[in-house]
Design a protein around this ligand. Structure first.
Ligand SMILES: [Zn+2]
Length: 151
């Protein structure tokens, strides 16, 4: 499997386990070139999880898209790569659990999963992600959201 960090195709599997949704096998891998650790998933079922976007369009669930959004929110924040990897693995597990019977999940539900995680991990990243993800009806709504963080 190609390393997302250095691009070399030379890794070893450190750990394999079935995701809690029962629909995928999660493998923790370590790159033999640069020691970067990452997670891969193998689907057990054939039907992919589909994401229903606000526009009504559907696309295949892709954790790397969520990863990119998260990375932008976490830029220059004191959050370790390990925490981010674990957060993404949890989000993927939970998304598959929510979409277990219908094979569908709304983009909004995914956004909520991400926000729940960020809320506990980093308040600045939470606000950044929320401001991009949610289209706030007005400024007051956004201010209320930030105020909640101070409690
Ligand atoms: Zn590497």
């Amino acid at each position: 499997m190609r390393c997302p960090h250095c691009g070399k195709d030379n890794d070893k599997v450190i750990e394999s386990r079935q995701a809690s949704s029962g629909t995928s096998i999660r493998r923790r891998r370590e790159c033999n070139e640069c020691s970067y650790r990452f997670t891969s998933y193998e689907r057990i079922e054939e039907r992919p999880l589909m994401v229903i976007k606000r526009s009504g369009n559907r696309e295949t669930f892709d954790i790397s898209k969520i990863s990119r959004g998260l990375e932008r929110s976490l830029e220059k924040r004191p959050v370790s790569a390990k925490t981010v990897t674990e957060m993404l693995a949890d989000i993927e597990d939970q998304a598959h659990m929510i979409g277990k019977s219908s094979h569908e999940i709304s983009a909004e539900e995914i956004g909520k999963l991400v926000l729940e995680k960020l809320y506990r991990i980093d308040s600045v990243a939470y606000v950044r992600f929320a401001s991009v993800y949610r289209s706030y009806a007005d400024v007051q709504e956004f201010i209320d959201e930030i105020k909640k963080l101070n409690h």
